[in-house]
Design a protein around this ligand. Structure first.
Ligand code: ACO
Length: 332
């Protein structure tokens, strides 16, 4: 049996916001943003929602896989920016695309959410409970950032990416001799560091409590602490996942990292002693879309023909929680 990704898709809002445009909102500069983050522009919703973007990305992934929505057995939406707490985004996506036979639920592991969703779907498929799944990372972070806070508003963008994974009864051996499928998964969390990157929902409030002041509901981040965490944890996590699979850095064709920051990606490449050309980036064009960054990048590379059957990939992300993970797979 092989579990393979047979379709990818993405959806981005039309509206581009350049660094120059942000200079009209906060005291910043194109030079500062590019130098510290690598980001040049991002897409910002003018009405697109987590659900509408997710549904579009799902339709494209299904089209590529040649599957009808009615064949989908499981839908997982990873998001930390839903418009509704109830119903969950996955149920709304199910309704829009007409995946009437699919179970559906959301998952929040922030920027590592898509990866955790992929791993969860893999475990379900591996167990035989389902034969296929749509996994989506979708975010409209633009509604969670304070557009007066220059230290956060320049970093994020909106968008969604999706993959369709399915079980194939036989083993798929690629031309280069590699067996397609997921080879290793590593996930972790460091909840004690949760305060470094947070965004508060409504506090406890009910008829039996005296009224409290509502907290602001914006993203707050200690950028330097996130940076320190990422540059240590991501390479360590990738190394551990590779060890689990009995592989080394040299065995990997492409590293698809969470697109938070170019300096973090460069530092990870350096620590792993891997060539930077193996670390494709799109953050220059789309910014940090949290859970959507990895599946959007995956779809871009897949559609551009930059991923070939038999290529071995590492997908690795980190996010609020703090959460982190790495998945090693051979593209089939
Ligand atoms: N434009 C101009 N100046 C700015 C801006 C801005 N947009 N933002 C902050 N500054 C100023 C600060 O006010 C500060 O000024 P001061 O020295 O007068 O006080 C100065 O720049 C330095 O601020 P730092 O916060 O120390 O800047 P730093 O070099 O750490 O860069 C950054 C900030 C880019 C956020 C960095 O910490 C970083 O890369 N962190 C990683 C976190 C990250 O990428 N998070 C993404 C989201 S989290 C995730 O995806 C999991």
């Amino acid at each position: 049996m092989t579990i393979k990704i047979s379709g990818t898709g993405r959806a981005l809002p039309e509206h581009k916001v350049t660094n120059q445009k942000l200079q009209e909102l906060v005291e910043t500069s194109d030079e500062w943003i590019r130098e510290r983050t690598g980001i040049g522009e991002r897409r910002i919703s003018t009405g697109d929602t987590v659900v509408s973007l997710a549904a579009e990305a799902c339709r494209k992934a299904l089209e590529m896989a040649g599957k009808a929505a009615s064949e989908v057995e499981l839908i997982l939406v990873a998001t930390c920016s839903p418009e509704y707490l109830l119903p969950c985004c996955a149920c709304q996506v199910q309704s829009i695309i007409g995946a009437v036979h699919g179970a559906a639920f959301d998952l929040n592991a922030a920027c590592a959410g898509f990866l955790f969703g992929l791993d969860t779907a893999y475990a379900y498929l591996q167990s035989g409970l389902y034969k296929n799944a749509l996994i989506v990372g979708s975010e409209v972070l633009s509604k969670l950032v304070d557009w007066k806070d220059r230290s956060t508003c320049v970093l994020f963008g909106d968008g969604a990416g999706a993959v369709f994974v399915e079980t194939v009864p036989e083993e798929l051996i690629c031309d280069n001799g590699r067996k397609a499928g997921i080879e290793a998964i590593l996930q972790g969390a460091d909840g004690a560091k949760g305060g470094i990157l947070s965004c508060q929902e409504r506090p406890v409030q009910n008829a039996f409590l005296t009224e409290q002041e509502m907290p602001d509901s914006y993203v707050h981040m200690n950028g330097q602490e996130v940076y320190k965490f990422a540059v240590k944890k991501v390479p360590a996590c990738i190394q551990a996942a590779l060890e689990k699979a009995g592989l080394t850095v040299e065995d990997i064709d492409l590293f698809l990292l969470h697109q938070a920051n170019e300096r973090i990606i460069r530092s990870v490449a350096k620590r792993l002693k891997a060539d930077l050309s193996k670390f494709p980036m799109n953050l220059q064009r789309v910014g940090n879309m949290s859970s959507a960054t990895i599946p959007v990048l995956l779809d871009e590379l897949n559609r551009d023909g930059r991923i070939q059957k038999g290529d071995r990939l590492v997908l690795s992300g980190f996010g609020a929680g703090l959460t982190y993970g790495a998945t090693v797979l051979v593209w089939g």
